[in-house]
Ligand binder design. Sequence first.
Ligand SMILES: [Cu+2]
Length: 126
Amino acid sequence: MKTLTLLSLLVLSTLASAQNTTTAPEAATAPTAAGTAAQVSPATDATPAPEVTETTEAEVRKVDASSGKVTLRHGEIKNLGMPPMTMVFQVKDRAFLTKLKAGDRVNFTADKIKGAYTVLSIEVIQ
Ligand SMILES: [Cu+2]
């Protein structure tokens, strides 16, 4: 009788450890899934646009301080693949407009930001 009790105790402890080993892999899969999600989200974030360093020469045709726009007759804008033309630009900083007037010769950089051609920097040629 004593042997049987020992045997049943052994069976019980084996069952208990078997239950522990079956729950362990389930707990391990949860952090793995969270880790995969964390790796995916930064990859889908928009990467910042590379800095535009090449300047383009232009002539200021019109300054519209109230709407934050400037009309430029510009040369080829290589980073935008744009031929020379006269067009309206947004400006990154409206303070740019205070130093500009129609007829000024300028060097500027521009990029497409949220679908709008935007002046990133502009300097009057003295
Ligand atoms: Cu243009």
